[in-house]
Write a protein that binds this ligand. Structure first.
Ligand SMILES: *[C@@H]1O[C@H](CO)[C@@H](O)[C@H](O)[C@H]1NC(C)=O
Ligand SMILES: *[C@@H]1O[C@H](CO)[C@@H](O)[C@H](O)[C@H]1NC(C)=O
Ligand SMILES: *[C@@H]1O[C@H](CO)[C@@H](O)[C@H](O)[C@H]1NC(C)=O
Length: 541
């Protein structure tokens, strides 16, 4: 930034500040202070369901990384299958499709793909055999594993698959799938190279959007998204509506900005810099003759200068949340998994790489008065993310934060999946300023499918209260409901129903000793947008 003002102006800002502080924020630190935050989901880590239009311009956008495809041969009438889930031949003898019959795309460009099977091998030409049999043996896809998908423009569910030898795949028999079809293009039921394709799953995360646009277009698309989706006015809105913090999901690639590994693109770090600037001034009416726009780390250092001591207690607080860790800690699109695989935490190198990301981010923002907490990782999924690797990482991540900041809280997310809600206590209880993050959605479980309005509300008052009590102790870590939403499985609920549901959650989650954060600020699905909920009178803080 250029902070364009003179020492004299700075001095008067300090005076104004201290004046404001002595009235509004002149209290001594309040031990009962609680975070009332909103997540900035879908900003620096893409989630397509939050903002689908971000994917609109991708060519051939049905075929992104992680798209799950199933193929039924029109002549044989059965599904392609990686026998045994992978490691051997590919057949066409299954009457129904599930795991072994599902192929996950790795996108090379808009026409060329690798197909990954259940056991993680890639299908390809059997180069050790006759060169035309299709097998699922390779662990590292190369040119023999690169295929083109050709769609029938009159019926998009009909496809042919062109192998790297230039021929199309065909199901010769139920047990023989080869790449040697030479016939002309026809899309009839008598053509053994034609398959009926089903899209069984899609992913729309950061990997998909950046790789989908490709290296030429992705940088401009993403930078435009970062600079327009969340802007300074959003911080004013947040601060002006009873919230005191933001939780910002970030991705591991940010630590190598401006040149992150492909397909990620640079620039998200600068957007995070902006957030720190906006957060700092969010409560503070800047005199109109002063232009403020911070963009570099040096400027953040400048900001740590003359006015460093005054603004500790005003402005929005920021929780940096490592939402996407290298390898993906849960296999979801929101942790930027490429194809649903979950590989985070499997090796020491991977854990060290993740610690380095935390080290980098904390070092960068430790001097900003807005940095309130660093969340080491979001939602590691059990059993893939073992308690052992999570503990090892949390200890090292905690130390990395403390290397740069003695005051930032260190947030540790409970695992998803099978786990004990107090499993982090042995570690966290011994670490000053540690916080346990839990996410409470009345969704994602069958128990909510048939709940009525009142049952949902009772569940919050009874069951969520009990869950929160179970992890709230006087000398253990603080508790944080880092994600919740006033959305449920009830259809046709009235505005008043949702107001009561939101109120119940605010009341119960308001007892979390660190605080809570709504998921999320903006979303095309109205109930998931706190901005919409506030503007339309559903939630008042
Ligand atoms: C499919 O073909 C393979 C290879 O011959 C065979 O081992 C398998 O049992 C067959 N499966 C079915 C369901 O017919
Ligand atoms: C897509 O990738 C394939 C394989 O690398 C290459 O031969 C082809 O030219 C590429 N097509 C485009 C449109 O970039
Ligand atoms: C909620 O808690 C009540 C009281 O402990 C219990 O009877 C009920 O089974 C719980 N509901 C669910 C869905 O777990």
């Amino acid at each position: 930034m250029a902070i364009l003002f003179s020492t004299k102006q700075l001095f008067s800002i300090c005076i104004i500040l201290s004046f404001m502080l002595s009235f509004s924020y002149g209290r001594s630190p309040n031990p009962a202070f609680r975070i009332k935050a909103v997540n900035l989901g879908g900003w620096l880590v893409t989630e397509g369901w939050i903002k689908p239009s971000l994917f609109d311009g991708i060519p051939n956008k049905d075929f992104l990384d992680g798209t799950q495809l199933q193929f039924k041969s029109v002549t044989v009438g059965k599904y392609l299958c990686a026998e045994n889930g992978g490691g051997t031949i590919v057949v066409a003898n299954r009457t129904s499709a599930s795991g072994w019959e599902t192929f996950k795309l790795w996108r090379i460009n808009e026409t060329n793909f690798h197909f990954r099977v259940f056991n993680k091998q890639f299908i390809g030409l059997d180069t050790n055999g006759n060169g035309i049999d299709i097998v699922a043996k390779s662990n590292t896809p190369g040119s023999s594993e690169t295929f083109e998908i050709v769609r029938n423009s009159n019926d998009l569910s009909r496809v042919r698959i062109k192998a790297p030898n230039g021929f199309f795949l065909q199901a010769k028999t139920e047990e023989l799938v080869t790449a040697d079809y030479e016939g002309a293009t026809s899309w009839g039921d008598d053509n053994p190279s034609v398959f009926e394709m089903t899209i069984a799953g899609r992913m729309q995360g950061e990997f998909q959007v950046t790789n989908g646009y490709g290296p030429q277009k992705a940088p401009q698309v993403m930078r435009k998204h970062w600079s327009t989706y969340i802007v300074e006015d959003d911080f004013k809105f947040i601060a002006g509506n009873g919230l005191n913090a933001v939780r910002i999901p970030v991705g591991w690639w940010m630590a190598s900005d401006p040149t992150p590994p492909a397909p990620y693109v640079g620039g998200s770090l600068r957007a995070l810099d902006n957030a720190f600037t906006w957060a700092r001034y969010a409560f503070f009416p800047v005199p109109s003759d002063i232009t403020i726009s911070v963009t570099t780390s040096q400027d953040l250092t400048i900001m740590g200068g003359p006015v460093h001591n005054t603004p500790k207690k005003y402005g929005l607080k920021i929780i940096i949340d490592l939402h996407a860790a290298p390898g993906s800690q849960n296999g979801f699109e929101h942790s930027s998994s490429r194809d649903g695989s979950q590989e985070w935490g499997l090796t020491d190198d991977n854990i060290q790489q993740t610690v380095a990301v935390i080290d980098f981010l904390t070092a960068r923002y430790a001097r900003s008065p807005s940095l309130y907490a660093v969340e080491l990782i979001n939602e590691p999924l059990s059993p893939g993310a073992s308690l052992e690797s999570v503990n090892k990482y949390y200890k090292a991540g905690y130390d990395a934060v403390r290397k740069h900041s003695s005051t930032a809280y260190v947030v540790m997310s409970n695992r998803l999946g099978p786990m004990d809600p107090r499993e982090l206590f042995p570690l966290a209880s011994g670490l000053r300023g540690s916080v346990i993050d839990v996410h409470y959605y009345n969704l994602f479980s069958d128990i909510f499918n048939s709940m009525t309005v009142q049952q949902n509300i009772d569940f919050v008052y009874t069951n969520r209260s009990a869950q929160l009590n179970q992890i709230t102790t006087s000398n253990g870590p603080l508790t944080f409901v880092g994600e919740w939403v006033a959305e449920w499985q009830v259809s046709g609920a009235s505005k008043e129903d949702l107001q009561r549901f939101a109120k119940a959650q605010l009341e119960v989650y308001g007892r979390a000793t660190f605080g809570w954060a709504y998921w999320t600020l903006k979303n095309v699905n109205n109930h998931w947008s706190l901005e919409w909920m506030i503007k339309n009178g559903y939630i008042k803080l």
